[in-house]
Design a protein around this ligand. Structure first.
Ligand code: PBG
Length: 326
């Protein structure tokens, strides 16, 4: 058949599954996933988070079987969040030697030393007011809070955490935490900075899971305005200058332009955090039979890789492992 016009036949490279996999540009592999875990104080507790079907708060006695499951699925890193019994103004539970995350970290490193433990470094799960630092005059005091975040990071490293991931969005947290870790002899513990963290409505289900909803106001004086793009690069630059080893962009799905910008701007590994609200929306639609969950999740996580993420923190990690295995 001849044509009077010329055009390119793109469909040649889509003609079969084998042909498509030959030219595929982005891939998901379990090496790139970090699975978040909520560890709750107490015994014999496994609470499903109502807004996050398939995600549980578990007590320490469930940690061993959880690790066995994760290992069988090829998941090599977990990110720990604590759900303590007691809270106070300073968030003491975050930096106590017997804090729930410290206990869980020791247990995991004892049971499965090869599992990487990423410790989320924040106070909001431990403060009575639910903010990510200490309060003065109805706002979070930056420099006072830094001291507590540094203490938290050091106590997490002492418990055996492999990576420190500060999510508090105070200015200077990387500087202060790096210095404190070095002084305590933890030169080799990397910092995975939540460098670019937006004040997002997508964190709602997490705040149920971690019981960390602010009791007054919101987080807009420390987390970023979702309207801003150039500001993300300022945050990324300063965290790199302060010594961050990885940069997190959070949330992921509605900020893929930012993932791409950060990837183009810095050479450190970029981590996309596929947050709780992104999980909850998909699960709700899937439970209603409105979408094909597997196809949709694989599409959106692959989009994060395509946008430039090296790693993905996701509540879907177990599902992905099963789908990739199956
Ligand atoms: C702690 C923290 C939050 C998340 C991770 N670390 C909550 C927040 O900033 O309110 C959210 C994660 C998610 O929604 O999955 N500061």
């Amino acid at each position: 058949m001849t044509h009077e016009w010329e055009f390119k036949r793109h469909r040649r490279l889509r003609s079969s599954a084998a042909m498509r996999s030959l030219v595929r540009e982005s891939h998901l592999q379990m090496d790139d996933f970090i699975y978040p875990l909520f560890i709750i104080e107490g015994n014999n507790i496994k609470n499903e988070v109502p807004s996050m079907p398939g995600v549980y708060q578990i007590s320490l006695d469930y940690v061993k079987e959880e690790m066995a499951e994760l290992q069988s699925l090829g998941i090599k890193a977990v990110m720990l969040f604590g759900v303590p019994n007691e809270k106070d103004e300073q968030g003491t539970g975050a930096f106590s030697e017997s804090g729930i995350v410290q206990q869980a970290t020791r247990l995991i490193k004892e049971e499965v030393p090869e599992m990487l433990v990423v410790a989320d470094t924040c106070l909001c799960e431990y403060t009575s007011h639910g903010h990510c630092g200490v309060i003065h005059n109805h706002d979070v005091d930056n420099d006072e809070s830094l001291k507590l975040h540094a203490k938290t990071a050091v106590s997490q490293a002492e418990a055996g955490a492999d990576i420190i991931a500060p999510s508090n969005m105070m200015d200077g947290f990387v500087t202060v935490i790096r210095q404190a870790l070095d002084e305590a002899g933890f030169h080799n513990i990397p910092i995975m900075s939540y460098a670019v963290k937006y004040a997002s409505a997508f964190y709602g289900p997490f705040r149920d899971a971690a019981d960390s909803t602010p009791q007054f106001g919101d987080r807009k004086t420390y987390q970023m305005d979702p309207s801003n793009r150039r500001e993300a690069l300022r945050e990324a630059e300063s965290d790199i200058a302060e010594g961050a080893d990885f940069l997190i962009v959070k949330p992921a799905l509605s900020f893929l332009d930012i993932v791409r910008d950060v990837r183009s701007h810095v050479n450190a590994p970029v981590v996309a955090y596929n947050v709780s609200g992104e999980y909850a929306m998909v699960k709700a639609a899937a439970l209603n039979g409105w979408i094909d969950e597997k196809e949709l999740v694989l599409e959106k996580l692959t989009a994060m890789k395509r946008a430039g993420a090296d790693l993905i923190i996701s509540y879907f990690a177990k599902d992905v492992a099963k789908w990739l295995q199956g």
